[in-house]
Design a protein around this ligand. Sequence first.
Ligand code: AMP
Length: 370
Amino acid sequence: MHAFKELGVPADLIQGINELGILKPTEIQVKAIPFLMNDGSDFIAQAQTGTGKTAAFGLPLLTKINSKSEDIQGLVIAPTRELAKQIGKQLFRFTKYSEQKIFVEVLSGGDNIDRQVKSLQRPTQIVVATPGRLLDLIKRKALTLTSVRHLILDEADEMLSMGFRKELKQIFGLTRQRGSTWLFSATIPNAIHELARDCMGESPHILRIDKAHVVNRDIDHQFAICTRDDKTDFIAKFLKARKQERGLIFCRTKEGAITLGKQLTKREFPVGVLQGDLTQKERDTVMRSFKKGRFQFLIATDIAARGIDVEGLSFVIHHQLPEQTEYYTHRSGRTARAGRSGLSLALIDPRERKKIARLEKELGLSFDHR
Ligand code: AMP
């Protein structure tokens, strides 16, 4: 039994995380926090979203910031604007009760660059950025990275598959004086080893967290057997019974999401659709409307839903099971936030029973038949 206090996390940060429902450390937090707080040199962790990795690097990073200095000391690089924003928001919330004010700025593509230039004129100790936008802002001389001591790469495998290798190398070059590099990646293929060779010393500390160690939140996993033609009726009946409760419905393809959106809208359900064909602006509009409660339900595809962070969702429906196991974790992790409970309901074809068994085994979950 470990508590955050025993891991060395200061009381003011513990108060901040407790308010987010983060009470008992996850495996990655138990293993990474003491190392990163005390030694804190180069570090690689194989861990996916849902393991609690943001707090695993975020809490140690916050303790290393000198709030009396107005310089950028911590730099977190993430592949997508959604993830960058989510990290920024978490860091901000962790420090809610901190006496020392630490300023975190998120610099992600898609947002107004002039506004970012202006924001950077304020004291900023931590920057969370997507690679391209960060370099654009450096070119505009809106910031320099010369004072960065700690560089963190989140979802490094994702950054490589998005083609950011060149940008990352540039960032390594611009932060040569840093003291440490912490790299997080869901998978560690050769390309990640190569990247590690470019950005850290000979023998980084390596940690592997397996899939079964995702945050064990209070999620009730269920499945219902339903043929394809019956799914819309099933969902309509389910939504009708939810009254005020809000939730997400995941579809595997954008065509599926659009069709389901049309069908449910026709039946007068307040739904929005978030899918990959929308422009960034359209996506933002959908997200904003959903957050404001203009519609109660949101239909989304996996990619479009990356980084969605909405409070108070009581359920997630899987119109189809995702192709990859980790997407199930991503999806179901949208519910049961901040200490609340939630339902994750998969609609499956009778032949897909074995997929449920596989998820149970790989993720260490147990499903109930609805
Ligand atoms: P992450 O893997 O950092 O994306 O975290 C996934 C989610 O788990 C976030 O919503 C966190 O707030 C939450 N979380 C992180 N650590 C814990 C914990 N120890 N206990 C409960 N929830 C946590």
